[in-house]
Design a protein around this ligand. Structure first.
Ligand SMILES: NC(=O)c1ccc[n+]([C@@H]2O[C@H](COP(=O)([O-])OP(=O)(O)OC[C@H]3O[C@@H](n4cnc5c(N)ncnc54)[C@H](O)[C@@H]3O)[C@@H](O)[C@H]2O)c1
Length: 258
């Protein structure tokens, strides 16, 4: 079998909470495509879940990483450097907003809620890219984050998360410009709606799913494995000329007017 990644490739996947996580689908697809992996978990509450999933892969590095902690980010990259000595790709699948800020009108967003959503969901990409870049110095690398069309358009109850995704997509372009001369690519996949833990925080999510079934050109929603296939393309050598891009993997929904 030919693999999408060179045999000694190492990837870091941040954002696995459980088996429904889009990041878990990407981890599985990347492992099947030949990569060795490091996985993180956000705090002790999620450690057991991630440990059980990690046990199905070939001896991945497992480390805690709350992306609001610079100390945990530093320790994570130190552990990767010690174990592998380098890194070929990074998957960032992390987002958070306070439930209150997703339930009330956007105009009521609190200062703290806004700060927290932007810190966890957008700034964390910058912090992780900064940690990853030195480990990608020798051979270049690929960084991928996950976004949603709510960055560009208004979706009911997406609220401050839409603003955070707009900052995230803009950060993709600025990071691509900074890191491109080092042959490090930075892209996003803007995925169609998928039922996950994060999605359960958005009230009315089922009606968003139904709207995609009714109106997307493919007349269906997408699943995490389909996002993962596109991710492997962007992370691996097949995507070597693509950077600063937001790739819509949404059954074509974004192309529609009415
Ligand atoms: N599910 C969808 O419909 C959808 C669509 C488009 C984009 N996305 C994006 O995909 C990404 C992954 O979400 P998902 O849907 O797989 O849900 P998920 O709940 O499985 O993943 C979200 C992850 O963010 C992590 N996280 C939150 N705060 C953190 C912190 N402080 N430190 C470290 N990790 C933290 C959680 O632990 C979890 O692993 C998110 O960026 C999400 O916005 C999801």
């Amino acid at each position: 079998m030919t693999h999408a990644f060179p045999s000694d490739s190492v990837g870091l996947v941040v954002g696995v909470a459980n088996k429904r996580s889009i990041s878990w689908a990407i981890a599985q697809a990347a492992a099947a495509a030949g990569a060795r992996l490091a996985l993180t978990y956000q705090g002790a509450r999620l450690e057991e879940n991630v440990r059980e999933l990690a046990a199905t892969l070939d001896d991945p590095l497992l480390a805690p990483c709350d992306v609001t902690s610079d100390a945990e980010i530093d320790a994570l990259f130190a552990a990767i450097a010690a174990r592998y000595g380098r890194l070929d790709f990074l998957v960032h699948g992390v987002a958070f907003a306070h439930r209150d800020d997703l339930d009330r009108p956007f105009v009521e967003t609190s200062r703290e809620g806004f700060r927290r959503a932007l810190d966890v969901s957008a700034y964390s990409l910058v912090a992780l890219a900064r940690g990853a870049a030195p480990l990608m110095a020798e051979r270049g690398g690929s960084i991928l984050t996950l976004s949603y069309l709510g960055a560009e358009r208004v979706f009911p109850n997406y609220n401050v998360m839409g603003v955070a995704k707009a900052a995230l997509e803009s950060s993709v372009r600025y990071l691509a410009a900074d890191l491109g001369p080092k042959n490090i690519r930075v892209n996003a996949i803007s995925a169609g709606p998928i039922k996950t833990l994060a999605a359960s925080g958005i009230s009315g999510f089922s009606s968003i799913l139904q709207t995609y079934r009714d109106r997307a050109p493919l007349r269906r929603t997408v699943d995490a494995a389909e996002v993962a296939d596109a991710a492997v393309f962007l992370l691996g050598p097949a995507g070597r000329a693509v950077t600063g891009e937001v790739l819509l993997v949404d059954g074509g929904y974004h192309a529609m007017g009415l």
